[in-house]
Design a protein around this ligand. Structure first.
Ligand code: NAP
Length: 309
């Protein structure tokens, strides 16, 4: 069997196409476009790429997106001051502080910053008030990556209700909200993590398997029930040639991309899983584009809610 491809790029394009008229309608009503403030601290290369993508997509659908940059030497107080300004800005409906913050800011810095964002503008769904609403299944703003996965599954006609779902990973930003969103759509959900005993066999009971681990090719065929839908959220930058060649044979497109760039973004799911799974998200082109599309959707939602529907 070769797994059906769950095409995140196509679903993200559909979400953007849906966002554009909503942005236009809001702009006509409010006399200004929905506004998103993005805060980027330091010079993490991956964050630079993500933020560039977010700004570009926002501009394409007519959102106002402002980038607030701070150097890696900035203090937690500097970041909180920008968040406070955006909280009080009439022009900004959404606030996103790009993760990770520089390590020098301290282990609890992200928690302080996310807690400081006005929940009504928290388009990443990370404020405890929004997390609480998600637990109670009345979230307006849910974390973008897991919310994007739900859009992908639903629009690809993967049945969630009644399915057994396993989520590998329990982070606040991906694993936990993913599990809750699946639960609220009536999946029977198991959350796995680094202490889970007999992980491959637990995973292999699932009809929907979501990997959010951050370890290249961690999920092998032993984890997958034949015919299951497998969602690969993980992204790991790999520059180890031997590893790349074990995963992607010389002559393949992925191998050629590695030769051109000297590194490759690899998902959590081993390529051999395509032979067992019924459906599978590719990396790249699976979950990544959905995260940005959901950010736009959440920003429009936050803007509409602030204005009053
Ligand atoms: P994270 O905070 O590091 O969480 C990783 C999770 O994986 C933890 O819960 C950890 O368990 C679990 N884990 C680690 N090693 C394991 C093992 N050997 N067996 C079972 N579980 C294991 O990462 P995250 O923020 O959730 O992100 C996960 C991945 O998704 C990363 O690769 C990230 O880059 C990617 N991501 C992609 C997008 C996108 O748009 N495509 C968006 C967000 C994140 P413990 O809790 O026990 O430590």
């Amino acid at each position: 069997m070769t797994a059906r491809v769950l095409d995140g790029t196509a679903v993200a394009a559909a979400l953007r196409a849906e966002a554009a008229p909503a942005v236009a309608a809001f702009t006509a009503r409010a006399g200004r476009p929905p506004g998103l403030g993005i805060v980027l601290v330091g010079d993490d290369p991956a964050s630079e790429i993500y933020v560039r993508g977010k700004l570009k997509s926002a501009g394409e659908v007519g959102l106002r997106a402002d980038l607030e940059r701070l150097p890696a030497t900035a203090s937690l107080g500097d970041v909180l001051a920008i968040v406070d300004r955006l909280n009080h800005s009439d022009a900004h409906d959404g606030i996103l502080v790009q993760s990770p913050l520089p390590a020098a800011m301290g282990a609890d810095a992200e928690r302080h910053v996310f807690d400081a964002i006005n929940p009504a503008k928290d388009v990443d769904g990370l404020h405890p008030a929004n997390v609480g609403r998600l637990v109670q299944n009345r979230a307006a703003l849910a974390s973008c990556t897991p919310a994007g996965v739900i859009e992908l599954l639903e629009r690809s006609n993967v049945a969630i209700s009644g399915a057994r779902a396993v989520v590998i990973g329990r982070s606040d930003i991906v694993g936990k909200p993913m599990a809750l969103l699946l639960l609220h759509r009536n999946a029977t959900v198991t959350i796995c993590h680094s202490r889970t005993v007999d992980l491959p066999n637990v995973a292999a009971e699932s009809d929907i398997l979501v990997a959010a681990v951050g370890r290249a090719a961690f999920v092998t065929r032993a984890f997958v029930k034949p015919g299951a839908a497998v969602v690969d959220i993980g992204t790991t930058q790999v520059s180890d040639r031997a590893l790349v060649e074990r995963l992607f044979p010389p002559g393949s497109k992925r191998h050629e991309a590695f030769l051109r760039r000297g590194s490759l973004v690899v998902g959590d799911v081993h390529p051999e899983v395509a032979e067992v799974a019924g459906a599978l998200t590719p990396v790249p082109g699976g979950v990544g584009p959905l995260t940005i599309a959901m950010l736009l959707k959440n920003t429009v939602r936050a803007a509409e809610d602030r204005l009053g529907r």
